[in-house]
Design a protein around this ligand. Structure first.
Ligand code: MLT
Length: 325
């Protein structure tokens, strides 16, 4: 009896301490892991939202870019981090849905090893090509790709990233087999596209827009059901006669599994307040992000959404025949 009481007291103390520190959270800087290199869409969105979250939380949100393996390395780091709320990942459709099917042995389970916090935004993908590629619309691109596929290369943010799967889907739909060049993020891949070292990218609009507007690359098709108000002159692939080519990414915050409920509530509230701040919302909208509505920015919604996104992408990934060991 005495033994069980003495065993119970430290456990109770630990629980009380954890609870007290969860109530005070955060008392020091919080790390946002961007699982891709700087300059890509995840980094762009993370920096805009992270700056406002710092103000709301009263603690710095420190951005750490941990690229590699299509975002699996940075995400794994967060899955394995202490479940105290001080390390979170800005996940994507690639890191938390597509990679689960694409990798033969995923390094984590995105449903059981993370605590969903908030969906922040959904972002369409646009097909951008080097500016001297001899194609000025989607049909010319398809004709050129069919004739020149053996010498062409597309870049991506690595196996299982949204940019990779977007172009896997593109190859599948138009019937080409073009060499994939993986980068640590589409930031560096875009630099190589601008430099003419690769031929095309399926890039999230938020990072593609400045390059398109600056005339550094050509945008040939939006891979979405509708045109984007951020790129009103870029027609969709469907408008140009090719259906079934819809690719996108999203950004959402995840903590490791086992975080105290009080931390979940506080981090979610900070994220929601950040994306609802008019200046933040306007900036995100201007670069083509579709900011999550209140009902989609909850931990419960994100938990269900991740499961449905894994299911949704499993069939096209399997059909494409592409997988990674
Ligand atoms: C992706 O392909 O998932 C993103 O473009 C990655 C990035 O932010 O670089």
């Amino acid at each position: 009896m005495l033994k069980s009481i003495t065993g119970a007291v430290p456990a109770l103390l630990l629980a009380l301490t954890a609870n007290a520190s969860a109530q005070d959270y955060p008392t020091r800087p919080v790390t946002m892991v961007i699982p891709f290199a700087a300059g890509g869409p995840t980094d762009v969105l993370g920096r805009i939202v992270g700056q406002r979250m710092s103000e709301v939380l009263g603690q710095q949100v420190v951005i750490e870019n941990v690229g590699g393996a299509g975002g699996q390395i940075g995400s794994k780091r967060v899955a394995d981090a202490a479940p105290d709320g001080y390390t979170f990942v800005l996940g994507t459709v690639g890191t938390h849905a597509q990679g689960q099917t694409l990798y033969k042995k995923p390094v984590y389970n995105s449903v059981t090893e993370f605590t969903p916090i908030a969906l922040l935004a959904e972002v369409p993908i646009v097909l951008i090509v080097r500016k001297d590629l001899p194609a000025n619309n989607f049909n010319e691109f398809v004709a050129y790709a069919k004739a020149n596929q053996a010498k062409m290369q597309f870049g991506s943010a690595g196996p299982g990233s949204a940019s990779h799967l977007g172009c896997v889907l593109l190859n599948y739909v138009i019937g080409t087999n073009i060499t994939h060049v993986p980068y640590r993020g589409t930031g560096p891949a875009t630099q190589d596209l601008v430099g003419g070292r690769i031929d095309f990218l399926c890039q999230a609009i938020t990072a593609a827009k400045p390059q398109i507007d600056g005339g550094n690359v050509k945008a040939l098709a939006l891979l979405d059901a509708r045109r984007s108000p951020a790129l009103p002159d870029v027609p969709t692939a469907a408008e140009q006669g090719t259906r079934g080519l819809e690719a996108y990414t999203w950004n959402a915050i995840f903590l490791p599994k086992g975080v105290p409920a009080a931390v979940v509530t506080k981090l979610n509230a900070a994220a929601v307040q950040a994306i609802k701040t008019p200046a933040v919302r306007d900036r995100l909208t201007a670069i083509g992000a579709q900011v999550a509505s209140d009902d989609r920015a909850t931990p419960q919604y994100l938990g269900t959404f991740v499961k449905s996104e894994i299911e949704k992408w499993a069939a096209p990934i399997k059909a494409s025949g592409v997988s990674v060991d």
